[in-house]
Design a binder for this molecule. Structure first.
Ligand SMILES: [Zn+2]
Ligand SMILES: [Zn+2]
Length: 77
């Protein structure tokens, strides 16, 4: 049994609409990819909190550049 993020593993897509223009929001990837432990720009203590059982993704609207963070519940496989 393993807990994985359905978005990171392409099991699921973002099913959210942009609150501004109604366009489909797309996945920009896990925040871990932006602010991972090897990022030169962030110190460990300033990393965003990844809540237990969730993978936080950066999602954005390709139409109006709205972006948000989305906590995706991990699934057990
Ligand atoms: Zn993920
Ligand atoms: Zn939009």
């Amino acid at each position: 049994m393993e807990q994985v993020c359905p978005l990171c593993n392409a099991m699921q897509t973002v099913a959210e609409e942009c609150p501004y223009c109604g366009n489909n929001i797309v996945d920009g990837g896990s925040l871990n990819n932006y602010l991972g432990p090897y990022s030169p720009y962030m110190e460990a203590k300033s990393l965003p909190l990844q809540p237990e059982g969730y993978c936080v993704h950066l999602v954005y609207c390709p139409e109006c550049q709205y972006d948000a963070r989305l906590a995706v519940a991990l699934v057990t496989i």
